[in-house]
Ligand binder design. Structure first.
Ligand code: B16
Ligand code: MG
Length: 223
């Protein structure tokens, strides 16, 4: 089947807010005395804020933390993260992402966001894409974050498309698993591409246009 829609992950695909997640978690981990590097940070990509904190606390050697203390730590990380987000402007939308989005739309594809983040509306507003997508499914409208497929299934339903008609674009291994479990084809960039987690493992978001073109050519009806 030819793709009719592309569902984009947000952090680490549409913009580089993944770096702000890293910096904010690193600050919290340093305060707790928990070892934290970029390889460990890759395990936090795509998973929820509370699951990320749970993974960090697995490495915490201090006394057990009550639920209220854990909630306060998650909130502390989020407050630091949001300070970075409030400094973003439309200049933080990478030019190659904007041109790719425009090229895909010009080809008639529906475009959606499928993000685990509860901060997705703020990020989209900061980078000038608040009204751009045909559908936005994010951490505010799901019960289970990636690797559960819920957010992508919700985005596809909002678009009125079946999973087989949609290409998911991800930077997280957890997100690639979510896409596959939901019945989607997955194109990966960044860390997930390096791990070979996608059906397509791309150097750049711009390569999505090639994936779509190959599909279009491959699936031309034969005469
Ligand atoms: P928040 P994505 C995910 O966004 C991030 O990759 C992940 O690091 C983060 O923990 C999760 O959102 C929740 O984010 O704390 O802002 O609600 O990659 O699915 O767009
Ligand atoms: Mg991501």
């Amino acid at each position: 089947m030819r793709y009719r829609a592309v569902i984009f992950d947000l952090d680490g695909v549409v913009c580089y807010t993944d770096e702000y997640h890293y910096l904010a978690w690193k600050a919290l981990a340093d305060k707790l005395g928990v070892p934290f590097d970029r390889a460990f940070n890759d395990r936090l990509r795509g998973v929820s804020r509370r699951e990320s904190l749970r993974l960090i606390l697995e490495r915490y050697a201090g006394p057990a933390l009550y639920e209220a203390q854990q909630a306060a730590l998650a909130e502390e990380k989020n407050a630091l993260y949001r300070r970075y987000l409030h400094q973003m402007t439309p200049a933080d939308l990478p030019a190659e992402v904007k041109s790719t989005l425009d090229a895909l739309r010009a080809r008639g594809l529906k475009l959606a966001i499928g993000s685990s983040s509860k901060n997705a509306p703020l990020i989209l507003e900061r980078i000038g894409l608040a009204d751009f997508f045909d559908a936005v499914a994010d951490g505010n409208c799901i019960a289970r974050s990636k690797p559960d497929p819920e957010v992508f299934l919700k985005a596809a339903a909002m678009l009125g498309e079946a999973p087989e008609s949609c290409l998911v674009v991800e930077d997280a291994v957890s997100g690639a698993h979510a896409g596959h479990d939901g019945g989607f084809q997955v194109a990966c960039v960044g860390s997930a591409a390096r791990a070979g987690a996608g059906d397509y493992n791309l150097e750049s978001v711009m390569d999505i246009c090639n994936v779509i073109s190959v599909q279009a050519v491959t699936l031309q009806p034969k005469f």
